[in-house]
Design a protein around this ligand. Structure first.
Ligand code: LM5
Length: 449
């Protein structure tokens, strides 16, 4: 191990109640909203090929023309309670909301820049009604904050000259001021989701970022900060130079999921996911592969089966309304969660060997395992391998706990559970109550003939 001043300051999972709650959330909502939602991926009738929230970086647009969008920000259909109820009805337990994306436009009336809602036709704070609405709906709020800020004169991609360094010092002070301001104005926020931290200028700020993280944690005990915020003094990100996770959870799963438990190194993690291939901010064009609710439910199940949270992104329109396609997906996911969320909330990696029919989850601190079935085998038999000392006490459909399913032990500690899918082509859940094996090693079920 090498000596690190600004590496990770904690090993292993946090055990405090705030992090336990976060760990058990399972499903979250991401909101990307800002000036970029006004053009919605299009400028003078031309489609921008990249992600809509990056349209300012498109050569086709003079930066000043983009920056003037502030004078068009007047979301007359903005309804924080509606956004919160869409999330609640989807079954999300928390929300991550953009306070400031890479373009530097602030959805709160920051004292440290004029590039905020306060100087738009809307004038009013957007963050307060959102934090209050989600809090009232019972969802925890995490504030997304982009360190990279294309609007601030002191931002640099790298620090090459004395002038760069002086400018960036001013930028660092500005960044700290805004973060302390956000934590002070929105004390209900449970965490910060940092982005825009990959450029050399910020990666070189190991000491500053380490001290800033400590200051924020002191100001807001229990604050949740992921691995994307800061690098160690050797420029290592997400994992320090001793390969220890930075921050409270791994924040590397953007538009991708781990494939096995080996990929998550025993850490907490979240996966943040777009519904289209790669659009976070609103894009008028709803094109390319749009994920179905079945796909999104499967990603949620896969994330929870590997000990993570799945955070699904919504990109409200410039007028503050949420597009119908996103509302429809949220309600389809919600319909499934209303029946099956017992297999998602407060569940964790089961330790069982992955099977082809779908994903195992395990209720935290209970001898209860869930089989979330996506692929029904033609045999109608669902294979389960249990550890040596574990037996099946009871097995049933989550939707029909009074009817025991037939279980056949095909080898020692290996079983077939027989179940007929009860609903149309939708994933369903089989529950296993497990128990310690008696010393006779026998089960209550028939041996294979
Ligand atoms: C959560 C998303 N992160 C922003 C982004 O710029 N992602 C591109 C990216 C992703 C990972 C490493 C470097 C750059 C996107 O605009 C979204 O805000």
């Amino acid at each position: 191990r090498i000596k690190l001043k600004h590496g990770s300051h904690r090993e292993g999972k946090r055990t405090d109640s705030v992090m336990q709650k976060w760990r058990g959330n399972g499903l979250g909502q991401f909101i990307h909203w800002g000036l970029y939602a006004i053009p919605g991926g299009e400028w003078n009738g031309k489609q921008y090929n990249g992600a809509a929230e990056w349209i300012r970086s498109w050569n086709g647009i003079p930066k000043s023309a983009y920056d003037s969008l502030i004078y068009k920000f007047n979301p007359i259909n903005f309804n924080a309670d509606e956004w919160a109820s869409i999330a609640k009805n989807m079954g999300a337990k928390y929300v991550t909301i953009t306070t400031k994306h890479h373009d530097g436009f602030c959805l709160w009336p920051s004292k440290y820049t004029s590039y905020t809602v306060a100087n738009s036709p809307w004038k009013k704070d957007i963050m307060k009604p959102l934090v209050d609405a989600y809090d009232k709906a019972g969802l925890d709020v995490i504030l997304y904050f982009s360190i990279m800020d294309w609007n601030h004169p002191g931002w640099r991609y790298d620090i090459k000259t004395k002038a760069d360094s002086i400018a960036f010092e001013g930028f660092k002070k500005f960044t700290r001021n805004q973060l302390i301001e956000l934590l002070t104005m929105y004390p209900k926020a449970k965490g910060l989701w940092f982005d825009g931290t990959w450029d050399k200028s910020w990666v070189k700020q190991a000491k500053f970022a380490d001290e800033l993280e400590a200051e924020m944690r002191k100001l807001r005990p229990g604050l949740i900060i992921g691995s994307r915020f800061r690098a160690d003094e050797y420029g290592k990100r997400h994992f320090d130079s001793n390969n220890v996770l930075m921050g409270d959870y791994e924040q590397g799963w953007e538009r991708k999921l781990p494939n096995s438990i080996a990929d998550v190194h025993g850490n907490d993690w979240d996966c943040v996911m777009t519904i289209p291939e790669n659009q976070w901010g609103y894009n008028k064009a709803w094109k390319g592969h749009i994920k179905s609710s079945n796909e999104l439910i499967e990603m949620t199940a896969k994330a929870v089966s590997l000990g993570g949270n799945f955070v699904l992104n919504f990109g409200p329109k410039g007028d503050g309304s949420i597009r119908d396609e996103e509302k429809k997906l949220a309600s389809e996911i919600g319909d499934w969660m209303k029946v099956n969320s017992e297999a998602i909330y407060n569940c964790e990696y089961s330790g069982l060997e992955k099977q082809d029919w779908g994903y195992f989850t395990k209720k935290r601190e209970k001898d209860k395992v869930y089989l979330i079935i996506f692929n029904t085998p033609v045999s109608g038999a669902y294979r389960v391998k249990l550890p040596a000392k574990t037996a099946i006490a009871k097995s049933y459909l989550l939707t029909n706990p009074n009817m025991d399913l037939r279980v056949e032990e095909v080898h020692s500690n290996e079983y077939f559970i027989y179940a007929k899918p009860t609903t149309e082509a939708k994933p369903f859940v089989i529950v296993l109550d497990t128990k310690k094996k008696e010393n006779n090693g026998g089960n209550n079920y028939e041996k294979a003939k």
